[in-house]
Ligand binder design. Structure first.
Ligand code: HEC
Length: 221
């Protein structure tokens, strides 16, 4: 009987011990709405620093399956589907260039040949934009690749607005034209003016193989 009593007493003592020990691995912390005398506003939660970008919001923001908030995703998908290509003008191209240089050039390079800085450091090399297949794809394909990602390339829907995606698409078209320009595509009077110009000096041998603008076009050399 005394043995049993001792056992029960030991179990109680150990349970108490466990409770005391808890602080060793569950550290004191403030809950989301708890107060704290540490700050002038008396709140434990600190406001985000100016310029912070929310990574999650909406009802489901705290669950892993809805990290970006389902409402936001649905609203964004509706905006993507409804988004139509805007009229292309110089302002749109400039905007496209600015966004391309930030979001795409690190991999696709500033000329779009896929030799970006990130690729030089080991990321898989994207295809060059200066190939027949990507010259011939519809604009919507380029828009969708930015929205949904492609193979190892991640989607950019959460950081590039639909409007900016169209601006980038227009700029990719300008890049493609810069490496595949034909005199025959110019207005007739400009073609005549170009033919009247004196022939440009021959490129030095070391640069002759570089993919310079119009280098492969016999009409411009
Ligand atoms: C971190 C590197 C990286 C960034 C940044 C990046 N891409 Fe890509 N992109 C790739 C890779 C790699 C591929 C090839 C993916 C594959 O085939 O698995 C690719 C493929 C593509 C393709 C080809 C799709 C096809 O049909 O073959 C297009 C178009 C494209 N990216 C556009 C863009 C645009 C526009 C941006 C900027 C908004 C961008 N990418 C940003 C790495 C990147």
């Amino acid at each position: 009987m005394t043995r049993w009593l001792l056992l029960v007493a030991a179990a109680c003592a150990l349970a108490g011990c466990e409770r005391t020990m808890k602080n060793m691995y569950v550290q004191p912390k403030l809950g989301p709405d708890a107060g704290s005398p540490l700050w002038a506003d008396g709140k434990g939660s600190r406001p985000p620093p100016p310029g912070s970008v929310a990574i999650a919001s909406g009802d489901l923001a705290k669950t892993s399956s809805g990290r970006h908030g389902r409402d936001e995703i649905e609203a964004r998908e509706a905006a993507d589907a409804a988004s139509a290509p805007p009229r292309i003008d110089l302002a749109l191209l400039r905007r496209g260039q600015a966004r391309y240089d930030v979001d795409c050039a690190p991999c696709h390079s500033i000329v779009g040949d896929g030799d970006g800085m990130v690729v030089r450091r080991g990321f898989p090399r994207p295809p060059t934009f200066h190939q027949a297949r990507l010259r011939d794809v519809p604009d919507r394909h380029l828009f969708d690749v930015i929205t949904q990602g492609y193979g190892v390339m991640v989607p950019y829907a959460d950081r590039v607005t639909p409007q900016d995606r169209w601006a980038i698409v227009a700029y990719i078209r300008a890049l493609q034209l810069s490496q595949d320009a034909h005199v025959a595509d110019l207005p007739v009077d400009l073609q005549a003016g170009l033919r009247a110009l004196p022939a440009p000096p021959r490129a030095p041998a070391s640069r002759a193989s570089a993919p310079a603008l119009g280098a492969s076009d016999p009409e411009t050399s």
